[in-house]
Design a protein around this ligand. Structure first.
Ligand code: HEM
Length: 416
């Protein structure tokens, strides 16, 4: 990377470099540059960029910050991109970007159905799926970890959990890929808002029908039926709230988990000693997952809006100003993690905000952890003599959701 950091390097220079696609392969030197500046208000993007671990963690729990940030990112998009006959659920905001008391109410209701027990029951299913995917992938001497393993697992598991008929899963694969952009306020030019809105409307129509069907004939064993039955002190989810939540679960849980798996395989292939250790002891998989979430996290940053004038260190954000919390930079703050630029699943303590912190802590974290550890342990066990075909591999354009678009791996003999 050709960034020369000196006392003249400004926050704006760093933002410019970060937006440059050439930085995707390794944005970490840029994050170090931001950390050297400390919290900094950048006028040109009207945002305060925060990189210290302690600052990020404290701010995520600070009630003076609002998660309602859509208007900042939607300004460039059409105010209402949906056609008049779109289902009303499409305009129902996600609780990801709500504040209390609305956020508290919806999250509590959804948590009634989306429990750790529900998730734990999925493990044998996820393990079988991973084995089948690797059976197919390993038929070829070289395979793509993204399309052959990482991409299918989360969407198939969430469809299974929701009770989407197997024949319709293909539809979900397509929608999910198209809609992730909603999570990434920083996507570059070339966004096709119309196509995106069209996909969103189709998905909402589909989920509306699925919910109507479950209402007519409830089942015992799927998340949609459980969400329909979820109750908290007499309160229940409204129809649009329910549909919007299902769409959120699909979108928030897909590309993030794809990237956890692919970033994980990449880090292991670059550190063969840790790959061998995982092969020898699959019990290390949870520690590998936590280290990936720290070292090369799928969600690199999140944003909040100041409800009032705020000071962070020597920087100030005015009321209504945006705060960009660079989680991936915070993870490499030496005050939080020793020797932070080293990939080390054996570290004694790993501190990360890969699932955020505070009220919006990732609701799907148990599911993401389960899928991550099952996939990485199986990769280590099944794929013999793996080698990277291209290093660095090509990256997706997203800044927020960090991941490769393709990860070609060559391998030797097959094992089971
Ligand atoms: C490795 C995979 C994943 C990562 C890195 C991840 C990361 C995150 C982060 C950082 C947030 C909070 C954003 C903020 O504070 O602004 C979040 C929220 C959320 N995630 Fe995940 N996530 C992952 C997988 C999943 C899965 C599998 C699901 C569900 C199927 C899921 C559902 C959600 C939901 C519903 C929220 C909103 C929580 C709230 O606002 O209260 N996530 N996730």
């Amino acid at each position: 990377m050709s960034l020369v950091m000196n006392s003249e390097t400004s926050g704006l220079d760093l933002v410019g470099k970060l937006l440059d696609p050439a930085s995707r392969a390794d944005p970490y030197p840029l994050y170090a540059g931001f950390r050297a500046l400390g919290p900094v208000w950048i006028d040109e993007i009207s945002a305060l960029v925060v990189t210290g671990y302690h600052d990020c963690e404290t701010l995520l729990r600070d009630p003076r910050l609002s998660a309602e940030r859509r208007r900042h990112f939607d300004a460039a998009r059409e105010a209402d991109p949906y056609p008049p006959d779109a289902p009303s659920s499409v305009r129902q905001p996600w609780f990801l970007s709500m504040d209390p008391p609305d956020h508290t109410r919806l999250r509590r209701l959804v948590s009634r159905a989306f429990t750790a027990r529900t998730i734990a029951r999925l493990e044998p299913y996820a393990a079988r799926l991973v084995d089948d995917l690797l059976d197919q992938a390993c038929e070829r001497d070289t395979f793509d970890v993204v399309s052959g393993l990482a991409y299918s697992l989360p969407v198939t598991v969430i469809c299974h959990l929701l009770g989407v008929p197997a024949a319709d899963e293909r539809l979900f694969h397509g929608w999910s890929a198209q809609l992730t952009r909603q999570l990434d306020g920083f996507s570059g030019p070339g966004d096709d808002g119309k196509q995106w809105a069209g996909g969103m409307v189709e998905l909402h129509r589909y989920v509306n029908e699925l919910v109507a069907d479950r209402r007519r004939s409830p089942r015992r064993d799927d998340l949609i039926s459980e969400l329909l039955a979820a109750e908290d002190g007499g309160d229940v989810l409204g129809h649009d709230e329910l549909v919007s939540t299902i769409v959120l679960l699909l979108v928030a849980g897909h590309e993030t988990t794809v990237n956890l798996i692919a970033n994980g395989v990449l880090a292991l292939l670059r550190h063969p000693g840790h790959l061998a250790a995982l092969r020898a002891d699959p019990g290390r998989a949870p520690a590998v997952v936590e280290e990936i979430l720290r070292y090369d996290p799928p969600v690199q940053l999140t944003a909040r809006v100041a409800r009032e004038d705020l000071h962070v260190g020597n920087a100030k954000a005015p009321a209504g100003g945006l705060l960009i919390l660079l989680l991936a930079a915070a993870h490499r703050d030496p005050e939080a993690n020793r020797d932070p630029d080293r990939f080390d699943p054996g570290r004694e303590q790993v501190r990360h905000l890969g699932f955020s912190a505070g009220a919006h802590f990732c609701l799907g974290a148990p599911l993401a952890r389960l899928e991550g550890r099952v996939a990485l342990a199986a990769f280590a066990r099944r794929v013999r003599e793996p080698r990277l075909v291209a290093d660095p591999p090509p990256y997706r354009e997203h800044i927020n959701l960090r991941g490769v678009s393709e990860l070609l791996v060559g391998h030797g003999a097959r094992g089971r």
